[in-house]
Design a protein around this ligand. Structure first.
Ligand code: FAD
Length: 474
């Protein structure tokens, strides 16, 4: 019997190694690599110029790798339900595989495509590739088959589960067909004029190995200090699947298995795995509770009124709130497409509590700037910060932006790096002082170049808590 090829459709899984989706396709036939840019993917790329440039660079690197292996990435644009059957007909393929989406729109698209292909007699195989541990696996291990709504028990389970490996699947063989293809995607077609965003799976591997060699052992101490670059900065690479979460989890677990690893390194590696598990947690949350994409996961918070606007909203968007830690973070985001994780929490807290603005406004604003493309992770984090999602404590955690700056950026290194108006203030003036201390506040605001705080944090936080308390226990 002549073997029929099987299509693999890449999307946000732009690599060839440790790939659950490719392994699934390879077990069914020679793999015909394709990428179909549909409306959902195009609109996420159009949302953020840096994201579009990063994606296009990664696709071009993937195409080059495939060329080296004697194959060719078939690129098409349009509805996959129409295009994949066309490619399958031209190549005589038996079906298509792709990796599952975890955000509501992507999950709907996946279901639709699956039935469209099956209706035309093609096999459709959707595989969990993005998380280290697939949602059904953590749910099955729990015994109930239901998803987790709280992170702590999730992590306890996740920690003990084995991480699969799809390195070098025995049957992986790429083929080339005569199926017509189009030009590789270019950032300009998504309205982006960014250049210099080099991305590839090889670069993501290098980033991981450098992080493990140079910074992972101090992650526990450095991860919350934004001036230190103590985190891995792998999130964009992970979100486009240029490195698999499984590869990262396995490499870190290997390090943990080293009997000579010191206590501090072990604690750091465990914390890093906890961060990675948080991503899996939010993916499974969206998988099992897709209705929570636009509505709070906590049903009882669904009627809680949130403003869509605030007189200081534009200042928050621009990084001109008068709170240096928040402003530095937002300017870092606007200039680079990434913001330090701890600063994200403080900046999001200011929007959700001090300004009492809807978390969706913040999420959608950052979506315009971030390179990362992980909508389920964005929603999960924003709901978590806003106190309407997973792990809801009795009262939301409201960060004091001045205290946070004093603690995590004590000599203003991070603030000065991203806020040119504050560069003239020497380190000694910041050290150990809160932004509202008489000595520092004089320096911060004396030239009128930097704004006074747009809200009084203590007053705004108290007002929010009173409203919150009135809502949850009237
Ligand atoms: C308000 C808010 C919004 C966020 N929006 C996004 C978003 O749109 N897209 C996105 O990918 N991440 C988002 N995050 C999570 C996290 O801040 C980013 O993934 C960040 O870029 C991680 O930086 P890193 O790779 O250096 O992290 P590291 O500390 O090195 O962590 C390693 C990996 O673990 C995962 N991770 C770490 N922290 C989290 C977390 N809180 N939630 C989920 N996964 C995590 C990431 O994949 C990360 O690359 C958000 C966090 C907050 C508080």
């Amino acid at each position: 019997m002549v073997e029929r090829p099987f299509i693999y459709r890449f999307s946000t899984d732009l690599r060839l190694d440790d790939h659950a989706g490719l392994a699934a396709a390879a077990s069914r036939g020679g793999v015909l690599p394709t990428i179909v840019i549909d409306d959902t993917l195009a609109s996420r790329l159009k949302a953020s110029p840096r994201r579009a440039a990063f994606f296009c660079s990664a696709v071009s690197a993937l195409a080059a790798e495939l060329r080296e292996m004697g194959s060719r990435l078939v690129v098409r644009r349009g509805p996959p339900g129409k295009i994949i059957p066309e490619i399958a007909r031209a190549a005589g393929a038996a079906g298509a595989a792709w990796s599952a989406s975890y955000h509501a729109q992507g999950m709907d698209d996946d279901r639709r495509l699956q039935s469209e292909l099956e209706e035309t007699g093609l096999a459709a195989v959707v595989v969990h590739d993005a998380p280290a541990i697939p949602p059904e696996e953590s749910a099955a291990a729990r015994g109930t088959g239901a998803g987790y709504r709280a992170f702590a028990p999730y992590f306890e389970r996740w920690w003990k589960l084995a991480v699969a490996s799809y390195e070098n699947p025995l049957l992986l063989r790429f083929i080339t067909s005569e199926a017509g293809g189009e030009a590789l995607p270019q950032a300009e077609e998504f309205g982006s004029h960014e250049d210099g965003m080099a991305a590839s799976s090889a670069a993501a591997r290098v980033l991981l190995e450098r992080f493990l060699a140079e910074r992972a052992a101090q992650y526990g101490a450095a991860a919350t200090i934004p001036s230190e670059n103590g985190t891995s900065q792998l999130s964009a690479h992970i979100s486009f699947g240029m490195i698999s979460a499984r590869t990262i989890a396995r490499r870190v677990r290997e390090r943990l298995g080293d009997p000579f690893a010191l206590g501090e390194e072990r604690a750091s590696l465990r914390l890093f795995l906890r961060a990675l598990a948080r991503r899996d947690f939010f993916l499974q949350l969206s998988w099992f509770f897709p209705g929570a994409t636009e509505r709070p996961l906590q049903e009882k918070m669904q009627g809680f009124a949130l403003a869509q606007d605030h007189p200081a909203l534009d200042a928050w968007r621009a990084g001109k709130t008068g709170y240096p830690l928040v402003d530095a973070g937002i300017r870092q985001l606007r200039q680079t497409g990434w913001m330090h994780p701890h600063v994200r929490a403080v900046a999001a807290s200011l929007l959700c509590f001090d300004l009492s603005v809807d978390w969706r406004v913040g999420r959608d604003e950052w979506n315009r700037w971030l390179v990362e493309d992980d909508p389920a992770v964005a929603t999960g984090n924003w709901q978590w910060i806003a106190g309407v999602g997973a792990d809801m404590a009795q009262f939301p955690r409201i960060y004091n932006p001045q205290r946070q700056r004093r603690r995590y950026d004590p000599d203003g290194t991070y603030a000065r790096r991203w806020i040119p108006e504050l560069r003239h203030i020497p380190r000694e003036a910041w050290h150990g002082r809160s932004d509202d201390s008489p000595q520092l506040s004089l320096a911060l605001f004396d030239r009128d170049a930097y704004p006074h705080p747009v809200v009084d944090h203590a007053v705004a936080a108290r007002a929010f808590l009173a409203r919150y308390r009135g809502f949850v226990s009237p």
